[in-house]
Structures are given as structure tokens and as C-alpha cells.
Design a protein around this ligand. Structure first.
Ligand SMILES: Cc1cc2nc3c(=O)[nH]c(=O)nc-3n(C[C@H](O)[C@H](O)[C@H](O)COP(=O)(O)OP(=O)(O)OC[C@H]3O[C@@H](n4cnc5c(N)ncnc54)[C@H](O)[C@@H]3O)c2cc1C
Length: 668
């Protein structure tokens, strides 16, 4: 048994994992990053549209600040997020964009003078300020009040990840690639590292660390139709669940993106709609203004996806031999814009659909896209149950997204959470309490358990094929646990998932090859993916309300009275058939923004009994500071700065903003 010792083990080489590792390394500690693939091929590279940060440089971003970004994020989350964490996030996002700029990300820049944009189907000319010339620009994205999404054409994630990865190389960070963490080593109270499988040789290696961070991305591949890469099977989330101690938060909170190209499911960015693209039905009628007169195509993703499916169900979908879809029209943006700011979209349409979006309509339909749920942590990114276990990025439920994350807030979260959680990990690793005194017997037991499990698939007398089970699970999740959910269908999903788990006990792998054996990999992963699917389906069945992306046809209202809480799923015993669900209440009395209307979607809801009182308190505090110091006002509403690592507490400078955080010349 080979054992590798390090100070911090980061599982995942995407944006979040690499940034967290850089933080730990810079504090002088040893760190190793594990990745299924070379880090530059992590899923973060697929992010097209951009990264939200309230820089306020562009004409349509003028007057933007942390408060407005915070309000958009909380409304977007349908009040499911942790508002302290959302504050920590919006305060750090501008620093993250600037840090990435300093490291070399070629952000789109403001160019002085007038420029044409398509807004609401019409071409308008907008002037950019002389003194903003050359500063980082932003596009319209995510249904935000201000244009805040910084971009690098439509290859934002690609540029960010390459830059981050190069920075990690410059910091001498060891990356062990094609190494898969398949189990965490722990004693029920403290995490000590992971059992890791070499995907090329099949060898099992144990890694022992003072701190372990899960940054393994989303669990989209439990669905059949998803924009996620094939590596996004949620294995990091699963191994945390399988400790029997750590909990997962809001696993039922799954986002469906409106514009997956049909039928391939590959994403074309929300930037298409942000930049002025329209959604059309079979009669080429622009239908979104009929449903959402205020935000139209730019309402939040959960809302647009629901209306699209509703419109198809009402007979307005376009028939095709693969099923029904709708159209995305970006022709009105023109050749120059598409070949400049949406060139990846153009290539995707050409390569995978054989259509040219400069002159053709693009067939689209919503499909699974983002995992709001994940390993539940506190504001430091540490598991609430297992000391020394951290999580960051899409794999975590930190939780700044609640039940719907805003476009552009996710790559921003990876960089920001990487910065913050990296600091807290480094601090933890440096304390005496983090010193390790772990018995070799514990390490050997963890190793043996995995070795026995893996060889069990090859020696089994069963006759089940892991790929067939995986396919059935994905079909079931896409049909029964998707955009429109109902108690009966969810119950059926839970029952069938349990049957699939029974079948999975009889998986037999035909080839006994230790390395390079995809059937074996599918065998051990499908067991874990079935557990995750059960957390999603059972969480959705139990949550008898509609909030954000979780829409129950049999409970259509958001219910703040009974369901203003976060679902916590744990898997107590290996042989359990179901996750155990508990709930973490959200405290309205401490919220900076008590629950209200999102500004789009239906206005009906059941109020929380404390909302009115808290709203009155908030209104009174705001009245005191009208046109005054917005930082002091915010501090009185919900103080959060003490939660940030000291290095990240500073104020974000903006062009034209005075010491009170107000635009010095409002007419500017
Ligand atoms: C098509 C697409 C476009 C998107 N566009 C945008 C956008 O424009 N703006 C935005 O804000 N967000 C966007 N998102 C979301 C955003 O890209 C992701 O949420 C974010 O990049 C996730 O980063 P991460 O670091 O958490 O994980 P990832 O980048 O997914 O990295 C996960 C890492 O974990 C490793 N890993 C996984 N399991 C294991 C294991 N068991 N052992 C070892 N290593 C493991 C993988 O190899 C990988 O290195 C988009 C998402 C998709 C699908």
C-alpha cells in the first residue's frame, strides 16, 4: 500500500480547486491537487458566457455595486441562499476579476465612443465614457439589474482556467492527474484524506492530509440530457455522502438551462439572449413577452425554462424526428457580433447541428445544467460534521445560489470560493489542532475496503451490466425529477431508483483488467450516482412547495412559512436504502433582504410569519441612511465583514464612486 503525505489535498483541478490550492501554497504549505483529467480539461473550460462582478465600468453597468449584485443574487436564489455567504461573495468578486486580469485573463474591455447593441429586439447606440476606456467591460447576462458579466468573447471559462492552471504551475503546485478519489479516510469526526484510484494502472493509493477539499464540480450526469461534461458524475459529492457523517445540502436544487442545442444538449450560452437573441415558437412568434412582460427572455433560468416547456406542452413546439423543440434567433445580432463575441456558439452550431446561426434559427430545448446542491459547508467552506473536510465550487453547497443560481455567478463563485476557502484551509492547516495522529490501521482498513469492493465486481456471479443501470437511472431522472415535478412521479422515481440499487448489487464486470477498464469504472460509479439520485429525488418529494428551480405541480406556491429551510441529506449506514433528510432553518430575523417577490415569475407565495416585522426593521434602517453611506447602512442591516479573511475585507474601488459608496456625479 502506497501512502502519500501532504498538508492539504485538493480533489479537483477545476477553477475552484486550483484557486484554493494556490491560497494554501502561498501560505507556505504543501498541497497536492488530484484530477480525473489534465486540469485544463476540467469542466470549467466549457463556461462560455462570463463572470459576474460589480465593476460598474460600462454604460449599462453604471451605478452597479455590491448591494445590487447582492439583491440580484438573493432574488435569483428565491431566498434559498445563505445571505452572509452571498455578501462575502459579492464583496470579493471584483477582487477576483482583477486578480485574474493581473494573471493574464484577456477580459473584454470598454472602448470609448458609441457602440451598437441589440436590446429587446431593437438596435440602440450606447456611448461609453472616456475615462472608462480600456477598463474591464461587461455584458447583459443572468437577468441582472446592471450589465455585470465580464467576459472573454464566449470562451470565458477557457481563458480563466488556462490562466489559473498556469498560475498553479508557477506556484509549483503538484497535480496528480488521472487519479480518482473513490473514498474519504475518516474516523467519524475528522477527515484524513482519501483512497485514490489510478485510472491508468488501477493501483489504489492512500493520500493523507491535514485538510482535504472537495472541488469536483457538479453531478449533472445523473441526468440523460445535460450540458455537463462526461466527467461530471458527482463522485466528490458522493464520497462525502458515503462517509455517513458529512451532509449534502439542497440536492433537489438542480438547474435546467433554457438553451441546450437540440437534440445534442450542448449549451449555447445565455449570452446569446443577453446580447439580444430571442426565443421563437413554431410560428416564429416571440413568446416570452407574453409570459414575462418585464424581463422577457432575460428572466431567471428556472422561469424561462418552465415557460419554454409550458409553451411546448400547449402545442407550440416545433416538431422534429427527435422530438419537439423551440428556436433561438440570434440572426438579428449580425455577422460581426456573432463572429466576434459569440464565435464558439457559431462553431458549436456548425459542428453539431450543421446550421449557421448568422442566417439560420437554432433548435433549442431546456436541459440539466447546474447543481446548486452539494457538500454542505459553513461560511469557511468546512463541512459542518467532519473536521478537516472542506468543499468549494459547484461541488459545494456553501450556499450562495439557493434554489437558482444566476448566470455568471458560478465561475465567479469558483474563483471567489477558491480565494476564501483557500485562506481558511491554509489557516486551519497552520494550527496545532490540525496536526495528524492517524493510525496506520485506519488507513489500511480504508484501503482494504476499497480493494475488496473493486475486486468484487470482477469476481461477482451476477449478470447486471453497469451501463444499462446507469442509462435507466439517467432516463428516470430526466423524465421524473426534472423541470415539472409531481409527488406521484417523484415517488415512482424513488421506488425505481431503489430497484436499480438492488440490481446494482448484481453487477458483474466482464474484463478483469485493473487499469484502463471503463466498465469497472462505471460499476463503482453507478452505485454512488444512484445514492446521489436518491438524495435528489427524495429531497424533491419531501419538499412540498415550489422554490426556484424546484417546481411542484401539486404545490405551486413558494411556502416561506413551512419551507424556508435547507435540506440536509446524509447516508447513515452503507446498507441504507434511503438518505436521511434533516432541515436547517433560515432565520428571517437576521436577513438583510427578507423574502419578497423576485421581480419575475408568479407573485403568489405563503409568507413567513417574521417577514413583515423584519421588513419594517430593514426599511427603518434604510430610511436612516437614504443617500448617505451605503457601507454603514449595510453593516447595520447585516454585518458580515468579520467572516471574511482579513486580506479580502477591503473596499472595491469604482470609477466615480465617492467614499460613501455613491456615484459622485449621478448624472455622469
Ligand atoms: C456548458 C457550460 C457552460 C457554462 N457557462 C458558464 C458561464 O458562462 N458562467 C458561469 O458563471 N458559469 C458557467 N457554467 C458553470 C461553471 O462552468 C461551473 O459551475 C464551474 O466551472 C465549475 O467549476 P469547479 O471548479 O467547481 O468544477 P469543474 O471545473 O467541473 O472541475 C472539477 C474537477 O474535479 C475533478 N474530479 C471530479 N471528480 C473527481 C474525483 N473523484 N477525483 C479526482 N478528481 C475529480 C475533475 O477532473 C475536474 O478537474 C457553465 C457550465 C456549463 C456546463
Amino acid at each position: 500500500m502506497k501512502t502519500i503525505y501532504t498538508d492539504a489535498l485538493v480533489i479537483g483541478g477545476g477553477l475552484a480547486g486550483l484557486r484554493a490550492a494556490i491560497g494554501v501554497r502561498r501560505a507556505g504549505h504543501d498541497v497536492i491537487v488530484l484530477s480525473l483529467v489534465p486540469p485544463k480539461r476540467s469542466h470549467s473550460a466549457a463556461a462560455q458566457g462570463g463572470m459576474q462582478a460589480s465593476l460598474g465600468n460600462t454604460n449599462k453597468g453604471l451605478g452597479d455595486n455590491e448591494d445590487i449584485h447582492f439583491a440580484d443574487t438573493v432574488k435569483g436564489s428565491d431566498w434559498g441562499c445563505d445571505q452572509d455567504v452571498a455578501r462575502m461573495f459579492v464583496n470579493t468578486a471584483p477582487k477576483a476579476v482583477r486578480e485574474l486580469a493581473a494573471w493574464g485573463v484577456p477580459w473584454g474591455r470598454v472602448s470609448r465612443g458609441s457602440h451598437e447593441h441589440v436590446i429587446d429586439g431593437k438596435t440602440v447606440s450606447l456611448p461609453e465614457r472616456e475615462d472608462a476606456h480600456g477598463m474591464i467591460a461587461a455584458r447583459n447576462f443572468g437577468g441582472t439589474q446592471k450589465w455585470r458579466t465580464c467576459y472573454v468573447s464566449d470562451g470565458t471559462g477557457h481563458s480563466m482556467l488556462y490562466t489559473m492552471s498556469n498560475q498553479a504551475i508557477a506556484e509549483n503546485i503538484a497535480v496528480h492527474e488521472r487519479m480518482e478519489a473513490i473514498s474519504l479516510i475518516h474516523d467519524g469526526e475528522r477527515c484524513y484524506g482519501a483512497v485514490v484510484r489510478n485510472l491508468m494502472t488501477g493501483e489504489l493509493v492512500t493520500y493523507i492530509a491535514k485538510a482535504t477539499c472537495i472541488a469536483t464540480g457538479g453531478y449533472g450526469r445523473i441526468y440523460r440530457a445535460t450540458t455537463n461534461a462526461v466527467i461530471n458524475e458527482g463522485m466528490g459529492t458522493a464520497i462525502a455522502l458515503e462517509t455517513g457523517v458529512a451532509t449534502l445540502g439542497n440536492m433537489e436544487a438542480v438547474q435546467f438551462h433554457p438553451t441546450g442545442i437540440f437534440p445534442a444538449g450542448i449549451l449555447v450560452t445565455e449570452g446569446c439572449r443577453g446580447d439580444g437573441g430571442l426565443l421563437l415558437d413554431r410560428d416564429q412568434h416571440r413568446f416570452m413577452p407574453d409570459y414575462e412582460p418585464e424581463k422577457k427572455e432575460l428572466a431567471s433560468r428556472d422561469v424561462v425554462s418552465r415557460w419554454m416547456e409550458h409553451h411546448i406542452l400547449s402545442g407550440k413546439g416545433v416538431q422534429s424526428r427527435f422530438g419537439e423543440h423551440l428556436w433561438l434567433d440570434i440572426r438579428l445580432l449580425g455577422k460581426k457580433h456573432i463572429e466576434g463575441k459569440l464565435r464558439e456558439v457559431k462553431e458549436i452550431c456548425e459542428y453539431f447541428l450543421g446550421v449557421d446561426p448568422i442566417k439560420d434559427l437554432v433548435p433549442v430545448r431546456p436541459c440539466q445544467h447546474y447543481s446548486m446542491g452539494g457538500v454542505r459547508t459553513n461560511y469557511k467552506g468546512e463541512s459542518q460534521q467532519l473536521r478537516g473536510l472542506f468543499a468549494a465550487g459547484e461541488a459545494a453547497c456553501w450556499d450562495m445560489h439557493g434554489f437558482n443560481r444566476l448566470g455568471g455567478n458560478s465561475v465567479a463563485e469558483t474563483a471567489v470560493a477558491g480565494m476564501i476557502v483557500g485562506e481558511f484551509m491554509a489557516e486551519y492547516v497552520g494550527t496545532e489542532g490540525a496536526d495528524i495522529n492517524v493510525s496506520t490501521a485506519l488507513i489500511r482498513d480504508a484501503y482494504n475496503k476499497q480493494a475488496t469492493r473493486i475486486s468484487g465486481y470482477c469476481n461477482s456471479s451476477g449478470n447486471e451490466n453497469p451501463f444499462h443501470i446507469m442509462r435507466s437511472m439517467q432516463e428516470l431522472m430526466s423524465s421524473n425529477v426534472a423541470i415539472f415535478r409531481h409527488g406521484d412521479k417523484l415517488q415512482e422515481a424513488v421506488t425505481q431508483l431503489q430497484q436499480l440499487r438492488e440490481r446494482a448489487k448484481n453487477i458483474r464486470v466482464n474484463s478483469s483488467a485493473r487499469g484502463g477498464n471503463p466498465e469497472l469504472v462505471a460499476a463503482y460509479r453507478v452505485e454512488s450516482m444512484l445514492r446521489l439520485s436518491l438524495c435528489v429525488a427524495q429531497g424533491a418529494l419531501a419538499r412540498e412547495e415550489s422554490r426556484g428551480a424546484h417546481f411542484r405541480e401539486d404545490f405551486k406556491l413558494r411556502n416561506d412559512k413551512d419551507w424556508l429551510c435547507r435540506t440536509l441529506a446524509s447516508w447513515n449506514m452503507d446498507e441504507d436504502f434511503m438518505p436521511t433528510l434533516n432541515y436547517e432553518p433560515l432565520d428571517v430575523g437576521k436577513m438583510e433582504m427578507p423574502p419578497g417577490w423576485r421581480g419575475y415569475g408568479a407573485k403568489d407565495r405563503v409568507d413567513h410569519p417574521d417577514t413583515e416585522k423584519r421588513q419594517a426593521e430593514v426599511d427603518a434602517i434604510k430610511a436612516k441612511y437614504e443617500n448617505g453611506n451605503r457601507f454603514a447602512c449595510q453593516d447595520e442591516l447585516m454585518s458580515f465583514k468579520e467572516k471574511l479573511p482579513e486580506a479580502l475585507r477591503g473596499r472595491n474601488e469604482r470609477l466615480g464612486e465617492d467614499e460613501n459608496g455613491q456615484l459622485a456625479d449621478a448624472a455622469n
